[in-house]
Ligand binder design. Structure first.
Ligand code: PEP
Ligand code: MN
Length: 365
């Protein structure tokens, strides 16, 4: 074949490619419009019967040289990418994503801004054990100008024989003390059935690491009108963590904060491995406030302060730490909770480092 004949045929093929390109994009535009119409009517976008009809029509009209299977395969690809196109907006740009919302989400509770200008210290006992025990911690908070108190009333424990928490009574204690000292209270809820009840007593609902992929709990949390603090699962990837938060937002609750609390690795020197890079990553990928739990990630008192500094240094919106009036007799996490003087020392050191700044928090004299 002469050289210019090949060139002419190549030109024709290019021409046809461009025609196909124009046609499949024309088709895609129509599919998108159809998708929007279907959404308005509330009908399902994927319709297998319709796909079957389209394939049959194509095969009936196929005159070759492609065989029927090749035609089915080719068109199935076209159908698939068109369907993906319909879902693209929802699938690719998550509600939690910075691409969806560029500015930081700030959650204001009782005048405390989570994700705002000042970083936050979330502190309190692992478990609510008694009114007196929580009150001792809260009184110290009030003296120092700290505003956020945590305490577990429903404790997801490894062993069923360990202290399981005081339940509703624990939430009532938090409510009483929160009112007494004007503190924002945070406590974990483990079952959808308790969410509504909990909203009467506490200001922020925590979803713990073990429940990060309890999808029914996440969906139910998306339907309550309370901020949610979502902790990263023990072995959850960042992607799974982000999707867990998306579950809550997708049900209508956009008041979500994330908490890195260490992940399970082969390392045994610490209770978990604090994934410090998760903080800037989550800050980049999402618009939600991000916290670092130094107690459960390290499980070691001697590492709380340096890891808290690291958290602030990489842009965390706050730190979670456990403090108990007498950790030796604590009913859970006795080993790593700080006592009140140690906690005050911890706060002083953080303030002195310049990494943690809050004009409302008193520097000790
Ligand atoms: C807690 O914060 O009380 C707790 C149990 O932590 P995690 O869910 O991260 O283990
Ligand atoms: Mn604990």
């Amino acid at each position: 074949m002469a050289h210019d004949q090949i060139e002419t045929m190549r030109k024709q093929i290019d021409e046809i490619n461009l025609q196909i390109l124009e046609l499949i994009n024309k088709r895609a535009t129509l599919v998108q419009e159809l998708g929007k119409e279907k959404e308005k009517q509330g009908s399902n976008r994927f319709d297998p019967e319709r796909e079957r009809q389209m394939l049959n029509l194509l095969v009936e009209n196929n005159k070759g040289p492609f065989n029927d299977n090749a035609i089915r395969h080719l068109f199935k690809q076209i159908f698939q990418v068109s369907l993906d196109l319909q879902d693209d907006d929802k699938k690719k740009v998550l509600l939690v994503s910075r691409k969806k919302k560029a500015e930081d989400t700030v959650i204001t509770v009782k005048g405390v801004e989570f994700g705002g200008k000042n970083p936050i210290l979330i502190a309190g006992p692992c478990s609510v054990e008694s009114y007196e025990q929580v009150r001792a911690v809260a009184e110290n908070h009030a003296k120092r100008g700290l505003r956020t108190l945590r305490g577990g009333a429903y404790k997801p424990r490894t062993s069923p024989y360990d202290f399981q928490g005081l339940g509703e009574e624990g939430l009532q204690i938090l409510k009483r003390i929160g009112d007494e000292f004007n503190l924002v209270t945070i406590s974990e809820i483990v079952t959808p059935a308790d969410l509504e009840m909990a909203t009467k007593y506490i200001d922020v609902i925590q979803i713990g690491a073990r429940n990060m992929q309890n999808f029914e709990l996440l969906k139910a949390a998306g339907r309550v009108n309370k901020p949610i603090l979502l902790k990263r699962g023990l072995s959850a990837t960042i992607e799974e963590f982000i999707y867990a938060a998306e579950y809550i937002l997708s049900e209508g609750n956009s008041q979500v904060m994330l908490c890195e609390r260490g992940i399970r690795t082969y390392e045994k020197a610490t209770r978990n491995t604090l994934d410090i890079s998760a903080v800037p990553l989550l800050k980049q990928e999402t618009h939600l406030p991000v916290f670092v739990d130094v107690t459960h990630s390290t499980g070691r008192r001697d590492l709380l302060l340096p890891c808290a500094k690291a958290g602030f240094a990489v842009g965390s919106d706050g730190i979670m730490v456990e403090v108990h009036p007498d950790p030796d007799v604590a009913l859970s996490d006795a080993k790593q909770q700080l006592n009140i003087p140690q906690f005050n020392e911890f706060v002083d050191e953080l303030l002195a480092s310049g990494l943690y700044k809050d004009e409302n928090v008193a520097t000790r004299v």
